[in-house]
Write a protein that binds this ligand. Structure first.
Ligand SMILES: [Zn+2]
Length: 458
């Protein structure tokens, strides 16, 4: 029986050397057919491809689902590798840089997000979140500014409306000028959700709520955020279980551990994904599992900060979903999910043994794990028909890949370094032949340099 011909598609990604639908479910050569922003058909090199309005050649390429960035602070790229904090403890780093970031306004956030999103897209990221928790008085609509940048660059975006209501006079580290009232924060958050959050399949923008950390957000703000998230069906995010100060603060102020505290505030939920979790132990992993909470693992950031390592093997043993994140551009300083995947490969083979972590495990974190963190399982992080058409063509060529003939996925992460050859989001080109498709990158970099110079000189 002759198979039914496939109806014409908008975009056909064709001629791939190797196609990863999801790690382990792979075709040695093949094509991806895309219509209306979704994958509608895939095939191997011997399967007949549908007619297409446009064909994107992927010769010499490994094609994977787009990588998903589950934790970031893009505004921090205005002070990358900042000399005064190059070698200081985390609390000094935070106390030094936060006053600098209190200069944020719409122009600075738009510029830093534009450059940050461009950097991510060039590195093979197709969906990113951002944790923007500094909203200086008079700074304007910062969430709207970064969403505008994401629309312009073309990435799928999960911005979080970050918040902080504990500042210096309450024992925090941030200037009191950055303190905000919990009720005002929640009212503004509700406005942003109503304006920007799109719950439909294929959404390009979804908003989450993200108090900065348990020692930077009051009990009222944590509880109110969890309640608002339930009412509006959005996700929750925060830094959690990554520093001694969290348990110390919760013990003194609430008489309970940090995990008891967040559970009491309504955060023991599959609605939440947390950044780092480096202090999670066996009991903590069991609690995350019972809550259904996911973890954003940012290996470069935690190593540079000297803050320990996310217990990936322990979390995997307890079936806690794990995504990858770049984290702040003043703590990781670079924003490449390929690099984070490679860091994860190296450190978790070192910690757990070479038989416990492979390049496919790292790719799983960067794709399927990220989709779990963002609540988009089955829709993002795979290239199976029905999924959003977010993919990356990685050209495994040149001296770095010469001789890598037997396993393109292992080669992808063991050889390199490498950036995206093509990045496709919702069936649209964002990076083509290693170049950004939209906007004038040189103009944006000049603007970013001007703003960063002002920030760093004040
Ligand atoms: Zn962070």
């Amino acid at each position: 029986m002759t198979p039914e011909p496939i109806a014409p598609v908008d975009l056909l990604v064709s001629g791939a050397d190797h196609l990863v639908l999801s790690p382990g479910d792979e075709l040695p050569g093949g094509w991806v057919g895309i219509r209306d922003g979704f994958v509608v058909a895939v095939g191997s090199s011997v399967d007949e491809a549908p007619p297409a309005a446009r064909v994107l050649r992927a010769d010499g390429c490994l094609v994977t689902p787009g990588l998903i960035n589950t934790h970031h602070h893009m505004y921090q790229n205005l002070a990358r590798a900042f000399a005064p904090v190059a070698a200081v403890p985390f609390d000094v780093w935070l106390a030094t840089l936060t006053p600098l970031w209190s200069q944020l306004d719409e122009e600075a956030v738009h510029s830093s997000a534009w450059v940050g999103l461009a950097e991510l897209a060039l590195g093979g990221c197709t969906t990113t979140t951002d944790h923007l928790y500094i909203h200086p008085p008079g700074g304007g609509d910062l969430l709207g500014a970064e969403i505008a940048a994401a629309v312009d660059v073309g990435l799928r975006f999960h911005p979080t409306y970050g918040s902080m209501d504990i500042t210096e006079s309450d024992g925090g580290f941030a200037p009191d000028a950055l303190s905000r009232d919990a009720d005002d924060i929640l009212a503004t958050a509700a406005t942003h959700i109503a304006r920007h959050h799109d719950p439909t399949p294929g959404a390009m923008v979804r908003v989450a709520l993200a108090p900065a950390a348990t020692y930077l957000a009051s009990e009222a703000l944590l509880t109110g955020s969890a309640e608002l998230a339930e009412q509006t069906d959005v996700r929750l995010h925060t830094h959690l279980a990554y520093a001694d100060i969290e348990d110390d603060y919760c013990s003194v102020n609430y008489g309970r551990s940090v995990l008891d505290h967040v559970e009491a505030c309504g955060w023991g939920s599959d609605r939440a994904w947390i950044a780092h979790g480096t202090r999670i132990d066996e009991a903590g992993a069991k609690r995350l599992q019972s809550w259904g909470t996911s973890v954003a693992h940012c290996p470069s950031s935690t190593m540079l900060a000297g803050g320990g390592m996310t217990p990936v093997h322990l979390l995997r043993d307890h079936h806690v979903p794990i995504g990858l994140g770049c984290d702040g551009s003043a703590s990781t300083d670079t924003a490449s999910l390929w690099l984070e995947a490679r860091q994860a490969l190296l450190v978790h083979r070192w910690l757990g043994g070479p038989d416990r972590f492979t390049a496919r495990d790292a790719l799983t974190l960067a794709t399927l794990g990220g989709a779990s963190c963002l609540g988009r399982e089955g829709e993002l992080g795979t290239l199976h028909p029905g999924a959003a058409a977010d993919l990356v063509c990685w050209q495994l060529a040149g001296p770095a890949f010469s001789g890598a003939l037997s396993d393109p996925v292992e080669a992808w992460l063991r050889c390199g370094p490498i950036g995206a050859h093509h990045t496709v989001v919702a069936g649209r080109m964002v990076v083509e032949s290693g170049q950004l498709v939209h906007g004038d990158l040189d103009d944006r970099l000049a603007e970013h340099r001007r703003i960063a110079t002002r920030f760093q000189s004040n």
